[in-house]
Ligand binder design. Structure first.
Ligand SMILES: [Zn+2]
Length: 118
């Protein structure tokens, strides 16, 4: 997979086309058998190639109670209090890591305490 990085200029268009064209010349067997360094050199030896160190991929969710409260804040005070009226608390599950967050009236009071002027 080739991915163009943000911040590319118009002058990069030509290079991008050339790189794509070169990438299309790769054979499936080469992708399987060659070390990435060898492969990159074979394909793009006329370009300047910078290979970054491999990094291990790990799933890490960036959710937190603060972020979840931020989402509630954007829903708005009225909506939050109407959920509190109906359910007694606001419960939210992160759809990515399934972390569970629960906020009671105190939390919501606290969240909107600084917003009384609005
Ligand atoms: Zn999460």
């Amino acid at each position: 997979m080739l991915q163009r990085m943000p911040g590319a200029t118009e002058q990069d268009d030509e290079l991008w086309e050339r790189v794509n064209h070169l990438a299309q010349t790769v054979k499936p067997s080469e992708l399987l058998e060659l070390e990435s360094e060898t492969l990159l050199h074979r394909l793009f030896h006329e370009e300047t190639v910078r290979l970054f160190d491999a990094e291990e991929v790990a799933f890490q969710c960036s959710c937190s109670a603060e972020r979840t409260l931020g989402a509630l804040e954007s829903i708005g005070k009225d909506e939050c209090y109407s959920i509190l009226e109906e359910q007694g608390a606001i419960e939210m599950d992160c759809q990515f890591c399934h972390a569970h967050y629960r906020f009671d009236r105190n939390d919501i009071d606290h969240l909107f305490a600084g917003h009384t002027l609005h």
